[in-house]
Design a protein around this ligand. Structure first.
Ligand code: SF4
Ligand code: SF4
Length: 243
């Protein structure tokens, strides 16, 4: 059986036994214990519901580090007073908008050098008493039940970006490129300013409709950010240049 660390890699058809509810003695313990990494789309959803700019959100709630394995900046929720900043005694204060990692748990998702969409694994931690409950899920059914559909398309595009980095730039990016990656993926308000106020629109072909859309719609803007990074860092034909 393939493993990631101690955890078995699972396919969408694999089954596991699990249920999480307030009646369990371990309720919210995982929120104290785990590091919660954020995808670019998680940040879009959270900054929107908290009515903050991406810059203010990053400053207040996150910590940033360069992943040794991937060689790219990764963002995680900053623990405040030893716990997730959104955890209160009665549970998660942003449950409906919780990040992908929290939705996915007890499954984990890892980026892969060979599969664009990455791989899933089962985090069967002894501390998590949900595994002693009777309900059985397939991996696919669990993903569907946790409202991950909207997140998956965006997270898949992000996963693909990391796949391209591993394939085409295994020895790392320059400091300037790393800054560009960070801004485009995580500081989306800054990326919007870059697109609308620099020479970007003179250099690349975007229709009036597309420009209007990215001015108002963060999802469309994030998709443009991914296309831009694929073009600028990994030479993919994702944008058309002006002649
Ligand atoms: S059952 Fe697992 S996921 Fe649910 S609260 Fe307990 S430790 Fe967290
Ligand atoms: S965001 Fe919510 S579910 Fe996720 S760790 Fe924090 S409190 Fe727990």
């Amino acid at each position: 059986m393939k493993k990631i660390g101690n955890w078995p890699v699972v396919s969408l058809k694999d089954k596991f036994q699990f249920s999480c509810h307030k009646g369990l003695p371990c309720f919210t313990q995982c929120c104290l214990r785990l590091e919660i990494s954020l995808t670019p789309y998680d940040i879009v959803c959270l900054k929107r519901v908290l009515n903050m700019s991406s810059e203010d959100f990053l400053e207040k709630y996150t910590q940033i580090k360069i992943s040794e394995k991937i060689g790219l900046p990764m963002v995680a929720l900053k623990k405040i007073k030893g716990k997730c900043p959104f955890l209160e005694n009665d549970g998660c204060q942003i449950y409906v908008h919780r990040p992908s990692v929290c939705r996915l748990y007890p499954l984990g998702h890892a980026f892969s050098a060979t599969r664009k969409e990455g791989v899933y694994f089962l985090l069967k931690e002894p501390e998590c008493l949900g595994f002693k409950e009777k309900k059985t899920w397939t991996v696919a059914h669990w993903i569907e039940s946790q409202g991950l559909q909207g997140y998956q398309k965006m997270n898949k595009d992000f996963s693909e970006l990391i796949f391209l980095k591993t394939k085409f730039r295994p020895h790392g990016l320059t400091t300037q490129e790393t800054k560009m990656f960070f801004m485009s993926c995580y500081n989306l308000d800054a990326f919007k300013e870059f697109v609308l106020k620099s020479s970007f629109l003179q250099r690349f072909i975007l229709t009036k409709k597309e420009i209007k859309k990215i001015s108002k719609d963060d999802e469309a803007l994030l998709q443009l950010a991914f296309k831009w990074l694929k073009f600028a860092l990994f030479g993919q034909p994702t944008l058309r240049c002006q002649r």
